[in-house]
Design a protein around this ligand. Structure first.
Ligand code: HEM
Length: 293
């Protein structure tokens, strides 16, 4: 399609999440990801309509939107490294969509929190002010909302590529603060926050290491797995430190033992290691196939 024809298509007809390119072509790949991002919200709406949220429906919705928000945020952070490691350029198509979805889930999380306090400003402000984990969550959310507000093409043009990119690096502190908020508020089971912290450690290691590489060069596969091992060990160390602080130093050998056995299921550190190994294997196979063809 020529430029004149492309520009004659009004923006509202080509800006939908399931479209790609300037011509607004239907993209099955984007449509599937969009549907997947929508599913948790639809499921929660369904449960709300069925009165299936337990005795404290608002609290359940706060927990669910927080959990889905942080998971989708993590997925959005994985898009660029996976695109580079797996050499699958089309992943770039879902970067903005996943980031926007994460911010929207977390904005609903906060709105539900306010609803739980009947939207009374004094109550909300006093409760946030006296609780560290809420202050941390709020800072993370403000960062994400700033990114959401500047996520459009028009804002990218207005800010200029360099400034926009620098601003959008805020997603890393936001994700770290979000994970910390999650870790602080869970009462007993730290499995999921630890998993998120482990994946975040891998992602941050990847970003930092890549900064030292000559422009545009992806990390070699051995670096991907070294980072995986490092992130897994860090996750185990945080788990051991947490239980040592909660129960006492004597529990540390048992935590490490649990990481090496499958009797109690796989621990978060092992999941991080398995994920890094899986990505490395898939990328290795893709490289071999590319060399052969
Ligand atoms: C980027 C920012 C944020 C992220 C990633 C986030 C994520 C989460 C996650 C994952 C949970 C735990 C869900 C579970 O245990 O299953 C949670 C719980 C919670 N969050 Fe957030 N949150 C954020 C911001 C906020 C803000 C701004 C507030 C309110 C000021 C807030 C209030 C709460 C409350 C009250 C709970 C616990 C509910 C309960 O245990 O009764 N969060 N959040």
């Amino acid at each position: 399609m020529n430029v004149a024809a492309r520009t004659s298509i009004p923006a509202w007809k080509r800006g939908w999440p399931w479209q790609e390119g300037a011509a607004g072509r239907f993209s099955p790949f984007k449509a599937v990801i969009f549907a997947a991002l929508l599913l948790p919200a639809l499921w929660l709406l369904w449960r709300t309509a069925q009165h299936d949220l337990g005795p404290r429906p608002l609290t359940e919705l706060i927990l669910q939107t927080g959990t889905w928000g942080v998971r989708i945020l993590l997925v959005s952070l994985f898009v660029t490294p996976l695109r580079q490691i797996l050499r699958y350029g089309r992943l770039a198509l879902i970067r903005r969509m996943t980031g926007v979805a994460a911010a929207l889930y977390l904005a609903s999380h906060f709105s539900l929190y306010m609803a739980n306090h009947a939207f009374v400003p004094e109550k909300i402000i006093t409760e946030i002010a006296k609780s560290n984990y809420l202050i941390i969550g709020l800072i993370a959310l403000i960062c994400l909302l700033l990114l959401l507000a500047t996520s459009t093409d028009a804002m990218l043009r207005r800010l200029g590529g360099r400034r926009w990119q620098m601003l959008h690096r805020l997603v890393f502190p936001a994700a770290m603060l979000g994970a910390w908020h999650y870790f602080l508020q869970v009462k007993a089971d730290i499995f999921q926050p630890l998993l998120i912290i482990g994946f975040l450690a891998w992602l941050l290691g990847y970003r930092l290491w890549r900064r030292w590489r000559p422009q545009g060069m992806a990390l070699p596969l051995w670096a991907v797995i070294v980072l995986g091992v490092f992130a897994a060990l860090l996750t185990m160390a945080i788990e051991a430190a947490y239980f040592s602080w909660k129960i006492g130093a004597a529990v540390v050998p048992r935590v490490l033992e649990a990481n090496l056995s499958i009797d109690m299921g796989l621990r978060p550190g092992i999941w991080v290691l398995l994920a890094a190994t899986g990505v490395t294997l898939v990328a290795g196979l893709a490289t071999i196939r590319a060399r052969r063809s």
